[in-house]
Design a protein around this ligand. Structure first.
Ligand SMILES: C[S@@+](CC[C@H](N)C(=O)[O-])C[C@H]1O[C@@H](n2cnc3c(N)ncnc32)[C@H](O)[C@@H]1O
Length: 409
């Protein structure tokens, strides 16, 4: 592999910047210049792509086709782990269109100090360094090797932001306060340490997933006593924040053979199409660790049913085809998983099928008052005209942060 010449990559980087501007991902000229100036190929010396069979294949990122891919709005997988039965994708370089939208949503100005959680390849730290000056850019990653590689690449192109190996849940207290925090890994809730390290009036943009697929990017503002803000229309799907010394999940129990049959009028499709319902279901009693999948027809490989399974062996299958609006449902185990989905869907319908932007999060240091059920008349939240949904207990790791879901009236 030979390093691409400046002419090879610079024209492509400029095209990427122009494309992001044309698509409305970038508006500010300074961000556009940053995309055009940062050699993404330096940060992605190797990448993988799935072929038609779903197998990951290495891409020669120095070839013309490889460079086209690097300078495109594509997430690039940069490492794979062989897990015996399957290949697991590891850290990636986030799609530049999403990254730039996030940076613009943070409303970053000259002179702002920015903390990134999840250094990864270092590309985002380079874009930030170009925009603000590296002395105002701070980035942490839990993985020492990633931090070392990112540092080498950043130095190679003349940027020296502050990088640190640390569990980003703790932020970077030695360099606080920050004006903005961007996280490029998802969290089950926002660690209170981030609020403590953010100036009042500062902003955080992070992908909050209270359970797999149950959440979205949320833009939070720092108030004196809390973080508060709304989910964004643009969906993000970042890798989950990992921690050293994480407890291995308990092995799933065998699938319960005690089954019940009934029909449901809640179609399985909204569960897939409207991810808001997935978040609401977490507040309607869905147990932690539920996996969602599809049953496929063995011959046609077409989906035939929606499938939920919980670590305690409970499960539910709902056929995708209805008979006069009634869908066959089979459940196993003591917990009626589909009941939570039905309640969530009902709440969603009763409130005129709200989209993400009508929901927000409030994170406080101390437990917030007991929240009334959604159908009760609830007090407004912070002048936002919102009403609280019931709280959900959080993992003990984040016990000093409390999360509530608000809905505008
Ligand atoms: C999608 S990648 C980040 C992409 C990166 N911003 C870039 O420009 O290439 C997510 C990163 O989050 C990091 N990460 C996961 N858990 C973390 C934690 N607890 N603290 C800090 N970083 C973490 C991963 O190691 C990974 O590098």
């Amino acid at each position: 592999m030979t390093a691409p010449s400046a002419a090879d990559w610079a024209a492509r980087a400029q095209r990427l910047a122009d494309l992001l501007a044309a698509q409305g991902d970038v508006h500010h000229p300074a961000w556009r210049s940053a995309v055009a100036a940062v050699p993404r190929h330096v940060f992605v010396p190797g990448a993988y792509r799935q072929d038609d069979t779903g197998t990951w294949q290495p891409v020669d990122v120095t070839s013309p086709a490889g460079l086209d891919l690097v300078y495109s709005p594509t997430t690039l997988l940069t490492a794979l782990a062989d897990r015996g039965t399957h290949q697991e994708s590891l850290p990636s370089s986030t799609k530049p269109d999403l990254m730039l939208r996030m940076l613009e949503a943070l409303d970053i100005h000259d002179g702002h100090k920015v903390l990134e959680i999840g250094t990864g390849t270092g590309y985002n730290a380079a874009v930030l360094s170009h925009r603000l000056g590296a002395n105002l850019v701070f980035s942490v990653d839990v993985d020492t090797e990633l931090v070392d590689s990112a540092r080498r690449r950043l130095h190679r192109i003349g940027f020296r932001p502050t990088l640190a190996t640390a569990d980003g849940a703790g932020g970077l207290p030695g360099h606080a306060p920050f004006d903005r925090i961007i996280a490029t890994c998802s969290v089950p809730t926002v660690p209170w340490a981030w609020a403590e390290q953010l100036c009042v009036g500062g902003r955080i943009l992070v992908d909050v997933k209270v359970a797999p697929e149950a959440g979205n990017l949320v833009l939070l503002y720092r108030h004196p006593d809390r973080l508060e803000g709304r989910f964004t229309t643009r969906c993000g799907s970042f890798m989950t924040m990992r921690h050293h010394h994480e407890d291995a999940p308990a092995p799933p129990q065998p699938r319960s053979e005690h089954t019940r049959r009934r029909t449901t009028t809640i179609p399985p499709h909204p569960w897939w199409d409207h991810r808001v319902s997935r978040l609401l279901a977490q507040f309607q009693g869905l147990p932690a660790g539920v996996h969602i999948g599809m049953h496929l027809d063995p011959d046609t490989r077409q989906p035939t049913a929606s499938f939920l399974s919980a670590p305690d062996g409970c499960w539910a299958t709902v056929r995708l085809i209805s008979s006069r609006g009634h869908y066959d449902l089979i459940e196993g185990g003591p917990t009626a998983l589909w009941d939570s989905v039905e309640r969530a869907h009902q709440v969603w319908l009763e409130h005129e099928q709200p989209d993400w932007t009508r929901f927000g999060l409030t994170i406080t240091r101390l437990p917030v008052m007991t929240c009334p059920p959604m159908d009760a008349v609830a007090p407004p939240v912070s002048g936002d005209g919102g009403t609280h949904l019931p709280l959900r207990r959080l993992p003990t790791r984040y016990r000093d942060a409390h999360i509530s879901l608000t809905r505008s009236s």
